[in-house]
Design a protein around this ligand. Structure first.
Ligand SMILES: Cc1cc2nc3c(=O)[nH]c(=O)nc-3n(C[C@H](O)[C@H](O)[C@H](O)COP(=O)(O)OP(=O)(O)OC[C@H]3O[C@@H](n4cnc5c(N)ncnc54)[C@H](O)[C@@H]3O)c2cc1C
Length: 427
């Protein structure tokens, strides 16, 4: 049977050691079968186990193989579209609930790290960097908006202040969120997987779900086994393919690329990011970066619609890095990789239930490190019969991409080109 390894990345190379887990052989019975061992699946499994459910997780490759083990590692609060957009598109009560949940994911991560002693280089502090006055104005209203929902660890940075936290001349200001921060994303996933097992959950790697037999007692089939469960949670996100056609129809996998420099040494690293905060700029097609635990610069950006792997990632991302930090022109790039996230037309996550017993969450459209941890909690609540917060997500309106599966990529690329042009022209 095919054995799918981690994609080559800095994270895979610096992962905490864990032996591979055996694939599923034969038939098992459980309360909940979770498909996918990224943050959505692992967070769901953990919350369910903490409430006494029996859980079996099926992972097509390795724990954290997908976006959860490849991302920028930035703990960013709220959703890919902010609460004001949600307020405009749904009623006040639903918006209020979603707004209150927008800062919970970061707290869940910190709680998990502390409770299960997860070694993942957790650091506090994330910066949104404004390149244009319009972006700065947006950050000012974002601060007011977030404070309205009780989120207070925020500081607006003027041009002088932002130069104190990031040595980049492009920015005219920014906003610091001390409840943001960063982590080694794969080590967070691996730590959460160990926590799942410590509570009696089972994880099978190299065990893709290839078919779901729906019904009162659904069965998930893998190449060499099957899991009979009371509930299924589908958490395959951008790597799910067509296993659940209803979900594939209203979302689009997109690639984004990350590079990692050689270790910079303490002095150079500190000169770039003196407080070790992570940074993302405010462009629609944004750049994001931070230091690793061993003082490399991890720099991401760029989006490939339709998730084709670009041939030369370094050639795409290194110029962006050098635009921000020309002082790194002689620094070697040690790693370059791509990962897929799932885009929805509204850029809000898709959460719901198929029939009585198949639950899903997907499509957080770029910012998902915090949301996916919240999603696990909300899905677990729904399985325990408390569906109020689940319904607040499930009732968000969603539409298929114009042009269907065939034309969604060119349409989305056209949209991105338009927004990229707006970024360049500064409006
Ligand atoms: C390069 C990159 C950088 C990013 N940077 C950031 C960032 O800095 N901050 C931020 O907030 N967000 C970031 N994101 C987004 C964030 O990483 C994702 O939103 C989040 O990790 C999604 O988690 P997930 O568990 O839903 O999906 P994934 O982590 O993709 O996990 C899905 C898992 O399901 C498995 N799977 C799929 N199909 C099957 C099947 N049939 N059977 C069994 N298993 C299956 C896959 O192998 C995979 O392991 C980034 C994404 C990428 C790709």
């Amino acid at each position: 049977m095919a054995n799918t390894p981690y994609t080559e990345s800095y994270y895979a190379a610096s992962a905490n050691a864990v032996p591979p887990r055996p694939s599923l052989q034969g038939e098992v019975e459980t309360d909940v079968c979770v498909i996918g061992a990224g943050y959505t699946g692992l967070s769901s499994a953990l919350f369910l186990l903490e409430h006494g459910f029996r859980v079996t997780v099926l992972e097509a490759a390795r724990v954290g193989f997908g976006a959860s083990g490849r991302n920028g590692g930035q703990i960013v609060n709220s959703y890919s579209r902010d609460i004001d957009v949600i307020e405009r598109s749904v009623g006040p009560r639903q918006a209020q609930m979603l707004g209150q949940m927008a800062f919970e994911g970061g707290r869940i991560i910190r709680d998990r790290v502390a409770r299960y002693n997860i070694q993942c280089d957790l650091k506090d502090g994330g910066v949104f960097a404004a390149i244009t006055p319009k972006q700065m104005g947006h950050l000012e209203s974002q601060k007011r908006l977030w404070e309205r929902f009780g989120h207070t660890q925020l500081e607006l940075l003027d041009q002088r202040r932002i130069r104190e936290v990031v040595a980049c001349d492009q920015y005219i200001g920014g906003m610091l969120d001390m409840s943001g921060g960063h982590i080694h994303p794969l080590n967070l996933a691996l730590g959460e997987a160990a926590a799942v097992e410590s509570l009696g959950g089972t994880i099978h790697e190299q065990s893709p779900a290839v078919r779901i037999e729906r019904g009162a007692s659904p069965v998930v089939h893998t190449p060499q086994g099957k899991v009979r469960a009371k509930f299924i949670i589908v958490a395959g996100n951008a790597y799910l393919g067509n296993l659940v056609p209803e979900l594939a129809a209203k979302s689009m996998p997109c690639g984004t690329q990350v590079i990692t420099t050689e270790p910079l040494g303490d002095e150079l690293a500190k000169s770039l990011l003196p407080q070790d905060y992570c940074v993302e700029d405010c462009n629609y097609l944004l750049d994001y970066y931070r230091l690793s635990g061993d003082k490399r610069l991890i720099f991401g950006g760029g989006v490939v619609y339709g998730a084709r792997d670009p041939a030369n990632i370094e050639a795409i991302i290194r110029p962006k890095m050098l635009k921000a930090f020309p002082q790194l022109k002689d620094v070697k790039i040690d790693y370059a990789w791509t990962g897929n996230f799932l885009l929805t037309l509204s850029r809000l996550p898709q959460v719901g239930r198929l029939g009585d017993n198949i639950y899903y969450s997907q499509g957080c459209s770029g910012h998902g490190v915090t949301y996916t941890h919240l999603a696990g909690k909300v899905l677990a609540e729904a399985l325990r019969g408390q569906a109020e917060r689940f319904d607040a997500f499930a009732d968000l309106p969603h539409y298929p991409f114009p042009g269907g599966q065939l034309l969604r990529t060119p349409f989305a690329a056209l949209g991105a080109w338009y927004y990229g042009l707006r970024d360049k022209l500064g409006f």
